[in-house]
Design a protein. Structure first.
Length: 367
């Protein structure tokens, strides 16, 4: 009798749960836009609903069936969860990090890391690694003659972990800070300088899905969409406000960068020799944002003697980069991991700037 009651109770719970789910889905369907029409608000709502259901199910079935939890961050909240200090590691070789890298295989989803056993790591600089269930970040240095390359390879679980931060968290604040200061303020796992937008009055600038400036007759643009993919656009393509706003809405763009030039597109070097910013033909300190694969990125700088833009691009292409875009270089070019400056900076110190790009953990504080 007790067994029968247990079965009926279990069936009742399942049916009740199913009914609630049907009601929730029905409400979502009724509030959804017409077929073919997409809005950022509804997309975000459904993402949160999907994540909520996944996490509740994961908790309910703990010990019975393994279901990965889904974490994501809101663009409206620039300060990310704090990285767990215990997840940072220093090493001198790939071999020392092999156990950590094996734990990150689920993040990679069959992708291969650029960093490997044959990477010619600069001995004077340790490899810095951070790993949790939502992010893997590896930062190291290499030498090329007298030029020092610094790389930070990043794999994330959700596109929202790839973020942009403007000084004081708003467009046009007028304040300038060091990249290390801004990275610490937003709890970045690893970060880099961005485009120093406040220095120029032109470029297509998008922040948190909103167009802030539309004038790309001089600069290539790198857009980052809701999937975390880099979408490159040559200068003089679209520059009227309404056209930029339409492009942003149709392609679900989260933010953009306006410096350039585009260095690599679909694995091919396309760097421009003549470009209004960045000293493209000179031996110059440079910085780049690169995409290797799905939610797989590389931040890169070359300092000291530097390289011209073509040499820099070829080096990145040969490492396996598929998309690459030049960030502000010279003294501005910086990579920060764990709140610490990772690359040698021109003239001995960081230049204050107006913005950074960064990668964050999505694991809530205290989890």
């Amino acid at each position: 009798m007790k067994k029968a009651l247990f079965v009926f109770a279990s069936l009742g719970a399942i049916l009740a749960g199913g009914a609630v789910t049907v009601l929730l889905l029905g409400a979502a369907a009724l509030s959804a836009p017409p077929q073919g029409e997409k809005t950022a608000g509804n997309a975000a709502l459904m993402d949160r609903y999907d994540g909520f259901i996944t996490n509740v199910t994961s908790d309910a079935l703990e010990g019975i069936l393994a279901i990965d939890k889904v974490y994501w961050l809101r663009d409206e909240e620039p300060v990310a969860p704090k990285p767990d200090p215990q997840n940072y590691r220093e090493a001198k070789s790939y071999r020392e990090l092999e156990p950590v890298l094996r734990q990150a295989e689920s993040l990679l989803e069959d992708q291969k890391l650029i960093f490997g056993p044959d990477t010619p790591v600069r001995e004077e600089h340790p490899i810095i690694c951070y790993r949790d269930e939502t992010i893997l970040a590896l930062t190291w240095q290499e030498m090329d003659g007298n030029a020092v390359y610094t790389f930070s390879e990043v794999v994330i679980a959700h596109p929202s972990q790839f973020r942009r931060f403007l000084s004081d968290g708003k467009y046009g604040s007028g304040k300038l800070y060091k990249a290390t200061e801004m990275a610490a303020d937003v709890h970045a796992v690893t970060a880099a300088n961005a485009d120093y937008y406040a220095y120029r009055g032109y470029g297509n600038i998008v922040y948190n899905g909103q167009v802030k400036m539309a004038e790309n007759r001089y600069l290539d643009t790198c857009y980052v969409d809701e999937n975390g993919d880099l979408r490159m656009q040559d200068y003089f393509t679209i520059y009227h406000w309404e056209d930029v706003a339409r492009f942003v809405a149709e392609n679900r763009i989260r933010f953009s960068l306006a410096f350039g030039p585009i260095l690599i597109r679909e694995g091919k070097v396309v760097a421009k020799h003549y470009y209004p910013v960045g000293e493209t033909e000179a031996y110059y300190s440079r910085a780049a944002l690169c995409q290797v694969g799905k939610l797989h990125y590389l931040l890169a700088t070359v300092n000291s003697r530097g390289k011209d833009v073509t040499q820099f691009s070829i080096r990145l292409r040969d490492m396996g980069v598929q998309q690459a875009y030049a960030l502000d270089g010279g003294q501005t070019s910086t990579i920060v991991t764990g709140d610490k400056l990772m690359n040698p900076v021109d003239y001995g110190g960081e230049r204050k700037t107006s913005d950074i790009i960064y990668f964050a953990t999505a694991v809530p504080d205290g989890s």
